[in-house]
Design a protein around this ligand. Sequence first.
Ligand code: GP9
Ligand code: MN
Length: 427
Amino acid sequence: KASDMNSILKYLKNNRAASNIKYFGKAKGKNVFIIHLESFQQFLIDYKVNGKEVTPTLNKFYHNKNTIGFDNFYNQVAQGKTSDAEMMLENSLYGLPQGSAMTTYGSQNTFQAAPAILDQKGYTTAAFHGDVPSFWNRDSTYKSWGYEYFFSSEYYKTKPSYSVGYGLKDKIFFKDSANYLQQLPQPFYAKLITLTNHYPYELDKQNIDFPATKTGDKTVDPYVQTAHYLDEAFAEFMQYLKKTGLMDNSMIVLYGDHYGISNNHRPAIAQLLHKKTITSYDLAQFQKVPFMIYSKGLKGGINHTYGGEIDVLPTLLHLLGDNNNNTIQFGTDLLSKQHDQRVAFRNGDFVTPKYTKVGSTVYLTKTGKKITPTTSQQKEINSIQNHITTELSLSDRVIYGDLLRFYTPKGFKPVDSKDFTYKYTNA
Ligand code: GP9
Ligand code: MN
């Protein structure tokens, strides 16, 4: 019902975070790259195997003086995995408690997604991915989100040796994507979704350039090898960005979508983290993924703010100089002084700078110590829980009820997905 929108608008009005004058508009007018690091966890950053960094290029990028690198940023996906991450990143709406919102609602729902917002500010918008267009219903969903171009596997030259697992190997993917990027009118918003660092972390012999870990868990041990390959692929892409000057006139955003090593591998995780045992607290903290924003001239550094994938869109819009005052977005700008540091997991668990709650157990976030809450702590925890539950259910109501069709932010033109075909005409 149209009236359902009112309670959501009211809730969001009370939960807005104003932009931070130190960062607002600092990347205005620049191209935007969103680089999706498949199954990439934060623990890999600066991680070493046999004294060698797994991802030297990403590490350097993370520590670059013009990069803001977040070290308390969590993935918040559920069953929709990659698609949940995409939904949060580009809409600031949560994925659903079950299934994938892109699959179930991507075709028919109304969205006010990043590509549509930026298209209306004069950006060219394009998504790149080396898998078939129908995976996670991307071909349809991207039209609802306003993507002008979707370069899926159909747009890339393929040979059996070019692919592994779900699709194109990352090095070939980045190299061939450059041919299309070259032709996009600037400024553009380009999202590149990598693939090789995906379970089961397979790679052909000639591309293996790093030792596997030795936990003895066959699912876990090759993870660092494909992560290293992804790092090399990114290094090659950076060379291209530097050579073409894109490095200087773009904001480059990197993020990991979700875990690569699932909770079913506790003994191996313990070995990787050099711990005796792994608690539920450790597993919650293991859900951290990278989030980095590079833009030449930006004041970088490691930022310890707690946040997650839901917060990306408001953060980026402020950096691009968009006040973003009346959109339906559930996250808040990570760089805002009013940013909300209560991070929701999709099952209702949460992390805040003070508490980490898993099931009915509460830990102190700083130390990992399990607590029996005092009366006043319990009050605080209940109020966080109440907030988390409300936020998740309001976001779900937007998607289940297709509520965005009843509300168009001022200055925004609704997307007509029929405007897009993604037919390859350039052959
Ligand atoms: C497939 C890829 C993988 O195209 O994005 O999705 P995931 O299995 O990680 O959800
Ligand atoms: Mn994924």
